[in-house]
Each structure stands twice: as structure tokens, then as C-alpha cells.
Design a protein around this ligand. Structure first.
Ligand code: M6R
Length: 605
């Protein structure tokens, strides 16, 4: 999704902006641009735009330097309105002002018609361009440029994080935020803006995460912020982490690969302090579970797969009804919500627009809410009643891996907590669950020989007409996740299915060009799943069995370890599926960390 960076100070602005945008690259984008106001005189605003990678923007600016004091705004765009062209790339310009924006202006058509009827000429197809023209129109009569900016923002409906610079206010940045993330940071007199703290680390010392509805302006050493009623707000900054190194690749070829290897460590961190004295000890208040007779789990993508996995755990372990909602469907379905439901949203980024909106709806209905999230201070974390952070660290690969693993751990912990509170778990079972939980960091600490084996097998899968990933029970959402990983980074068609569903239709596709990746754990429904796989083998489908038990009908076999607990098998198979997608994608020469058309943080609905 789009990224925003801004700077006020005397550093080389081109480098600050490119460096900041680089940190946001993993979110996905198709064009980039920046505007720089510098030099002695306010008439100097230079702007540059390029389609494709940031490198193209950098190359275009190779002869440009911006030493000395100035302000700069930069943007990576993920197209929503209008094609990914240079004209549609941000910043958008009026006669003397420049704007960048993340989000969607829902009433842009109406505003555009109004401005066009007054003779304003638009050059892009974007919704964003209305902001700069509205501003310049109001600036003709307003008392000050900032007053004109306030009038502009008051006209916008929808989601926006936006920065505007104008020759009418030399050295200043105007900013506003609603339903899209925006952070302002400072280091002495220098001021930085960004849509994520990833690009502020090492630059700003402290940051303020802006709330929805705020508007403000900043110049060297001075920031003023107002709430949606235009009441001045007290500035409240928190310290930013100092270490940029933690987000680098550490010798791995791709962030995704590094993140797969990190899972043992982040799961240990996720468990830290949460399993104590043979009990689950969570930071969420026990009150949140009072009177609850249903859990509703809501999320998108990989987080949705964690939700489905959790629905099995909640029902089996905590004996409570668990319903799963896909967040992108939830918003408009006029959901019937019961007051005794606990509404749990799951999100890596904490900014997914669909999930955030679902959370708002649940809150409006007066439900108790909880977020399982990886990003502290994100919009979802700030809105949810209770929060469990997944502690996976920054996840840069667009294809989620360690975030998924830690989400499942958090949800497993929650189901145990709830089982205890509901008095439906005996001591022996609890001890057994905790033993298995504590062992997961070793389960996902895999021998690199496994990756070597999968690398060798990967060459078998570069052709054919598709993949079925199949499994039963908790291995069904894992199959969904395996298929999503492969789709995302290899661009091969893959579907996840409950193994028992194959004969209800999908088996019609079985032939020697179809690959079936069968999850055959020994601890859960082994015989049942095996029969489903045999039905496919009988129709000449290519079978890859992932199992601790040798499967004579398989074309390829990936042997996993023998465990006593199904969740141990779940996590080992998760690693196999992640490596499987990774190695196929690498062989196909794809951009593993930034797959085409995808964005890390989906902040539009
Ligand atoms: O940040 P979130 O967990 O809310 O994101 C939800 C999905 O967009 C995300 O899981 C997406 O499916 C990933 N690309 C999966 O690898």
C-alpha cells in the first residue's frame, strides 16, 4: 500500500526521503515521487516522479541535490484510482502547492466536479488531486494558508493521511490524518513524517502516533496539532527504537527466508511470561471473558487462516462456540452480533482497513473486543478493548510467516486461558497443552537439510495446472495457508481444501498435471485423510505427502518428525509449506519479498 515520508531540516532531503521510502518498500507500490522546497527563496520547489521501483526515481534525480535547509515530501503509490503512471504518481500539484496522500477520498468525484465547474484543470485520474486544488482555491480568500488547509480537510470524506507543502508557507508542512496511519517524529529541531515507524528509526528520536481526525502544521522546531473540533492538542511523544539493524536481512537472500528462520526465536518471545507456574498468564484482563458464551474471530488473508485454526482450538479446548468472519465480508453483511460474544480481530499490521472497520462495528454494537496484533500503536491496537501483541518483530516479507506463527500461539494461549476460566480443562490436559506449547520453539527450529530437500523437490513443481493443498481439522486452515503462500509468491494457481471435500467436486480436476500437497499428521485423523489422498492417487494426481509416516502412493514425500501433540505437527508442517513456497518462487526467479500486485499493509477496503 502507499507510503508517506516527510522531512523538515537541513539534511540532504533527497536521501532522507528515498531512504525513508525504501523502508516502506515492502508494503508494495507501483510508482514513487517527491517534492522538495529548499534554498533561500520560496520559489524553489522541485518535484520528481517515476513509475516502478524507487531506483527509477533515484536515477531521475541523480543530478539534483538539496543541501541546506528545506522541506520535502515523498510517496510510494499503490494504484487505487487511475493506472500506475507518472502522471498519477504523487506528489500532485496545483499552481504553487504539492500534496501526497494515502487512503481514498470517497467524495472526490463530487469535489472534482465542483472544482472543474470553476475552471480548475485536473491532469491525473486520482482522487488525491482534489486536495491540492481545493487548498489553492480556499487560499485565495482564507486568512492564512493553514486556515485554507483546514477548510480543505473539512471537505474530505474517506480515509487519508496527507502532507501538503506550498510556496505560500515556506518551510512548513501541513498534515492531516483520518483512518490511515500517520506519525510525526522529531530529533532536536528536525521533523519527520511517515506512515510507519519503520522509516523513522535511526532518524527521529521520539514519535507521536496521530489519532483520526487530527490536523496540524509543522516548521523547523515547531509542531501544532488540532483535534477534529480544531481544539489544540498537547503534543505527546514516545521514544523510538534506535536500532535499525534489526530490520535487515542478516545474510539471508530474502526477508521472507530470514523471517521463516526467526520463528523459533519469536515464538519464544511470544511465550515469554505468558506461561508461568504451569498456568497461562496473559496481559488481558479476566473481566473481558466474563459472561462470554461465544468468540467471534475476524481477520483477512493469513490472519484469517489463524482465525480458522483458532476456531478449532476454542471449541475443542475451551468448549466455547467460535465463529469465524472474513473481515472484508463482514462490513456490509449487516451482521447480527450478540452482546455475549467476545470479538477478536487478528492482524499483523494493525492497519488493515477491512479488519479495522469490523472492529469499529463490533465496538459500536457494544461488544467486548480484543486484538491479536503485531504492531504496537497501530490503529487496531489503539481501538481494541484488550490487546495481545504477537511480538514477532518487524515482518518485511509481504508473504506473512512469523506473524502467522505467533498469531496461532497467542490464540492457543487464549483458548487455554478461557478453558481454565470456564473450568472445562482438567489439570493433566492443561499440563500436556503447556508442555506442547513450550516445545514449539524447538519444533520450528529446523535443520537446514530440510530446506535443501525442499529446494531439490521444488523443481518438480514449476509447471502443471495447479495445486491442491489438503488437510483436515486444524490442518485444513494450514492447507489454506500453504496454498496462499504459494499463490502469493510463485503466481501458481493453488487452492486449499478440507481433504474430505475433494470428492464433492474438486476431484474432477485430478490428472497427472495436478499436484496435491497432502498434510498427513499422525496424531489427528490420519486414516481418514489417507483415504482422501488415496482417492486422488487413484485418479493419477501427483501426490506430495507431508507426514511422519511413509506413504507408499506418494510421488514426493517430505518426512516430518513424530510428535504426540497435533499442534507440534501443525507447526512443523507450517515450516515445510513456507519453505515449499519460498523455494518454488526462487526457482521461478520471482521477487519473493515484494510479489507483484500485493501490498504488505492493505489500508484501503
Ligand atoms: O496485516 P494483516 O494481518 O491484517 O493483513 C491481512 C492480509 O492482508 C495478509 O495476511 C495477507 O494475506 C498476506 N499477504 C499474507 O501473506
Amino acid at each position: 500500500m502507499c507510503g508517506i515520508v516527510g522531512y523538515i531540516g537541513s539534511k540532504e532531503k533527497k536521501s532522507v526521503i528515498i531512504g525513508g521510502l525504501k523502508e516502506l518498500e515492502y508494503r508494495g507500490y507501483d510508482s514513487a515521487g517527491m517534492a522538495i522546497m529548499s534554498g533561500e527563496c520560496c520559489s524553489d520547489i522541485h518535484y520528481f516522479k517515476a513509475v516502478g521501483k524507487l531506483e527509477n526515481l533515484s536515477n531521475k534525480m541523480s543530478d539534483f541535490s538539496s543541501e541546506g535547509f528545506g522541506v520535502a515530501i515523498g510517496h510510494t503509490r499503490w494504484a487505487t484510482h487511475g493506472k500506475p503512471t507518472e502522471i498519477n504518481a504523487h506528489p500532485h500539484l496545483g499552481e504553487y502547492s504539492f500534496v501526497i496522500h494515502n487512503g481514498i477520498i470517497e467524495n472526490y468525484k463530487e469535489l472534482k466536479d465542483e472544482l472543474e465547474s470553476q475552471g480548475v484543470k485536473f491532469i491525473s485520474q486520482t482522487d488525491t488531486e482534489v486536495i491540492v486544488h481545493l487548498f489553492e482555491r480556499y487560499n485565495k480568500t482564507a486568512k492564512s494558508p493553514f486556515e485554507a488547509y483546514k477548510q480543505t480537510i473539512a471537505r474530505l470524506r474517506g480515509a487519508y493521511a496527507t502532507l501538503l507543502i506550498t510556496k505560500a508557507a515556506y518551510g512548513e508542512v501541513f498534515f492531516a490524518k483520518n483512518a490511515a496511519p500517520l506519525i510525526v517524529a522529531k530529533n532536536g529541531d528536525e521533523i519527520y513524517f511517515s506512515s510507519s515507524d519503520a522509516s523513522l528509526i535511526g532518524l527521529g528520536k521520539e514519535a507521536m502516533y496521530l489519532e483520526d481526525g487530527v490536523i496540524g502544521h509543522a516548521k523547523l522546531g515547531a509542531i501544532e496539532i488540532f483535534d477534529k473540533n480544531l481544539k489544540a492538542l498537547q503534543l505527546s511523544f514516545t521514544e523510538l527504537p534506535k536500532d535499525k539493524g534489526y530490520a535487515q536481512k542478516d545474510g539471508y537472500r530474502f526477508f521472507m527466508e530470514k523471517e521463516i528462520y526467526e520463528q523459533s526465536q519469536v515464538i519464544s518471545e511470544c511465550l515469554m511470561g505468558r506461561v508461568k507456574d504451569d498456568n497461562v498468564n496473559l496481559e488481558v484482563s479476566d473481566d473481558v471473558f466474563d459472561g462470554i458464551d461465544e468468540v467471534v474471530l475476524c481477520a483477512c488473508g493469513t490472519s484469517y487462516h489463524a482465525a480458522i485454526t483458532a476456531s478449532y482450538l476454542f471449541e475443542r479446548i475451551a468448549k466455547i462456540r467460535a465463529k469465524v468472519e472474513i473481515a472484508s465480508e463482514f462490513r456490509y453483511k449487516e451482521p447480527l452480533l450478540k452482546p455475549n460474544s467476545l470479538f477478536i480481530v487478528i492482524s499483523q499490521s494493525g492497519e488493515t482497513a477491512d479488519t479495522l472497520e469490523a472492529l469499529k462495528i463490533a465496538k459500536e454494537h457494544g461488544l467486548k473486543t480484543m486484538a491479536i496484533c503485531n504492531v504496537d500503536n497501530s490503529s487496531i491496537v489503539r481501538l481494541a478493548g484488550e490487546v495481545m501483541l504477537t511480538r514477532a518483530g518487524i515482518e518485511k516479507g509481504v508473504a506473512s510467516t512469523k506473524a502467522f506463527a505467533t498469531q496461532v500461539i497467542c490464540l492457543w494461549l487464549l483458548s487455554l486461558k478461557l478453558a481454565k476460566l470456564r473450568n472445562v480443562i482438567d489439570e493433566k490436559t492443561m499440563l500436556n497443552e503447556l508442555k506442547a506449547l513450550r516445545n514449539i520453539p524447538s519444533v520450528v527450529h529446523f535443520d537446514p537439510k530440510l530446506q535443501e530437500r525442499i529446494y531439490r523437490l521444488a523443481k518438480h513443481y514449476l509447471h502443471g495446472h495447479g495445486f491442491f493443498f489438503i488437510g483436515r481439522d486444524i490442518f485444513y486452515p494450514l492447507a489454506l495457508e500453504g496454498a496462499l503462500k504459494l499463490k502469493e509468491i510463485s503466481y501458481l494457481h493453488a487452492e486449499g481444501y478440507p481433504a474430505g471435500e475433494m470428492k464433492h467436486g474438486p476431484i474432477a480436476l485430478a490428472d497427472d498435471g495436478l499436484y496435491t500437497i497432502a498434510l498427513l499428521p499422525s496424531t489427528l485423523l490420519y486414516e481418514k485423510t489417507k483415504s482422501n489422498v488415496e482417492e486422488l492417487a487413484a485418479r493419477d494426481a501427483n501426490i506430495t505427502a507431508i507426514s511422519p509416516v511413509a506413504f507408499e502412493l506418494s510421488d514426493d514425500f517430505i518426512q516430518t518428525n513424530t510428535y504426540e501433540h497435533p499442534m507440534s505437527e501443525f507447526f512443523e508442517m507450517m515450516i515445510v509449506l513456507q519453505l515449499f513456497a519460498l523455494e518454488i518462487s526462487i526457482r521461478l526467479g520471482n521477487d519473493v519479498d515484494m510479489p507483484r500486485n500485493l501490498a504488505k499493509s492493505v489500508t484501503v477496503e
